[in-house]
Structure formats: C-alpha cells, structure tokens
Design a protein around this ligand. Sequence first.
Ligand SMILES: [Zn+2]
Length: 239
Amino acid sequence: MPTYRDSGVVLRTHKFGEADRVVVILTREHGKVRAVARGVRKTRSSIGARLEPMSHVDVSLRSGRDLDTVAEVRLVENHPRVRADLARVQQGLSMVEAVDKMTPDREPVPEIHEMLVKGLRTLDTDPSPLVLGAFFLRLLALEGRAPSLAGCLRCGAREGRFVFDVDEGGVMCPSCGPGQPVSDAAIRLMRAILSGRVRDALAEGDTAAAGETSAIAMDAMEHHLERRLRALGSFDRHL
Ligand SMILES: [Zn+2]
C-alpha cells in the first residue's frame, strides 16, 4: 500500500469497530481524507491523543480503498488556550464543522485549508469576540457568498439606514425589504473583514457592532449550509 505524508487539521473523529477510530482530516495537498487510527481506543495510545478535532497535525497515511490508515502522527499545533476555554472550544468546533460541511472528499482546497489553520491559530492567540464571525464571513466570501454590503440590493441606495436580509444575502433599505436593522458601524466592520483588514476588525473589541457582525455572520453561515445541504439532498435523489 502506498504511503503519503501531508499536514492537516482534524475536523472530526468517530468510533469505528471495537478499538479503532476514524478521523476526518482536511489535509493541505490531498483535501479531506478519512483514515482509520487502529487500536487507539484500546490502549493509551499517543496517536489517539494527537488526533483530536481542531488539532493541526503532520500525518503519514497508507492509502486504502475506502479508508486510509494512519501510520504516524506528529502534533504541529494543539491550541492550548482554546482547549482551556469552553467558549473558545465551541467556536473552534464551529469552524471545523462548517469547513467539514463545505468541503468535498479528496479534493484539494488549499485556500480553505489555510484559512482554517489561521482561524484556529487566531482563536488561540487573540481573544477578540469577532474571531469566529470574521472566519465565517471570509469563508463565505471564498465560496462566492459574501454578504452584499455596497448598498440596497433592491433600489441601489447607498445612504441611509439599512436592514440585513439573510435570504437575499445583503443589505436593503427598510422600505425595500424585511430584515434585521444593521448599524453603519457593523457594516463598516463587515467591509473591513471582507476587504482583508481583519486585524483592524478584531481590534474592535466587545462592542455592539461586533455583536451585530457576529450575529449576521452566524445567520449567513447557517443559511448557506442549510441551502447547501438541501442542494446535496436533491442531488442524491436524482442519482
Ligand atoms: Zn432600497
């Protein structure tokens, strides 16, 4: 069986058979792979301890027909400050879950891989409440689903008050469409994030605009994943 090496982030794991565990890893060069870690639930396996969701690892894998097999694992980053803080654990798990739902098997997605590595690292080093929201907005942008913030989606107005409509995927004036009121400050923050000025946005701290931005990012991501799931469901039915 050929063996290959790669680095990646563990997205999730589940029990397999009596003593094994299947790990789903988003690798840099091979995309999302599923691999069996043999015997890790029977012994006090150090391999098992390194293969926790969110861990950034270097792995050596033996190719198999359905599942690869984990031959060796080296931990690159374990994100200790994330693991010590339940709120950050939940945010990190939301990152890997969204990425898992958005990525196909065995298809390299180097930009998403890099974004996930950086997102988890930022979650570890930066306590900004906007880390997850910024991650979601940028992930949506990579998928071509960035919220539209240039002006009212319906009439094009660029001034005045706006609401955010998650179904339409952007802002509208209150007279043009329904939606949640969104402040100018939150729109500015979202624009900063989407134009790559993430550091500036993360420095915002725990403000009302940061809270609005996070809430919109969560809604937009949830909406995107649901639509994706529905699209996949109808695709399956046609097979
Ligand atoms: Zn309008």
